[in-house]
Design a protein around this ligand. Structure first.
Ligand SMILES: Cc1cc2nc3c(=O)[nH]c(=O)nc-3n(C[C@H](O)[C@H](O)[C@H](O)COP(=O)(O)OP(=O)(O)OC[C@H]3O[C@@H](n4cnc5c(N)ncnc54)[C@H](O)[C@@H]3O)c2cc1C
Length: 193
């Protein structure tokens, strides 16, 4: 039984698990990943250099790059902005450089620097990484007459896992979208951003 399971071991899943542990060190956190390799897209991102941020420091300017999320992302960007991204990596010894067009990369010019940072961070924080374990069903376990969700049961191709809180970070996975639809969520058709 985990306090939190983060489903998906990509950039979003790692970053989310790290932040949950940072703010709540007592929680037992796990990342559940279907494949053998985590952070696979980070590896190839930015032509292998990983374009970690863009030199737009004003949330109102930054959101203009997200045609469908301009309104929704304004609040989150006020909570965690470009400056926080740079700060996150610099605190962990990674220098971020800005190119003339505003793109920001690790000074090493290698996405492996970012991967190494994330992998080290989950080790230091004691976050469990469970690989080669595709989740095939998400089941809410209810408690009491009001039917509030007590915990989540995740069925995988191997065994089941339980957690109090579940975070979905599975990126473009139509299979997971369908699981979410069966739980009552609606999924709007995705488009490239
Ligand atoms: C060629 C390329 C270059 C890019 N360059 C950049 C760049 O320079 N800068 C930038 O910001 N972005 C870039 N991007 C985009 C960026 O890589 C993605 O937006 C980001 O990696 C998405 O992260 P994610 O964690 O949301 O999803 P993903 O990386 O897709 O991670 C989702 C994870 O969930 C796992 N998963 C799926 N279903 C299940 C299941 N049922 N059970 C368990 N696990 C499951 C998957 O195996 C995967 O590991 C690039 C993308 C590509 C393809």
């Amino acid at each position: 039984m985990f306090d939190v399971i983060v489903l998906g071991g990509g950039a979003a899943g790692f970053f989310c698990a790290i932040h949950i542990s940072e703010h709540n060190p007592a929680l037992k956190v796990a990342i559940l990943e279907k494949s053998m390799n985590t952070l696979a897209k980070v590896k190839i991102s930015g032509g292998g250099r990983c374009n970690v941020a863009h030199a737009d420091f004003e949330p109102s300017a930054l959101v203009s790059n997200y045609p469908r999320g301009e309104k929704e992302l304004l609040g989150p960007f006020h909570v965690f902005s470009t400056e926080n991204t740079i700060d996150f990596f610099e605190k962990r010894g990674i220098q971020i450089k800005t190119e003339s067009d505003g793109r920001m990369f690790p000074a090493s010019n290698s996405s492996q620097t970012i991967i190494d940072c994330f992998e080290k961070e989950i080790e230091v924080k004691g976050i469990a990484l469970i690989k080669e374990t595709p989740v095939i069903e998400i089941e809410p376990i209810y408690m009491g007459q009001k039917k509030s969700i007590h915990k989540w049961k995740l069925k995988t191709t191997k065994q089941s896992y339980e957690c109090s809180k579940l975070v979905i970070c599975t990126g473009s996975s139509p299979k997971v979208w369908r699981m979410l639809e069966t739980l009552g969520h609606s999924v709007i058709p995705p488009v490239p951003s």
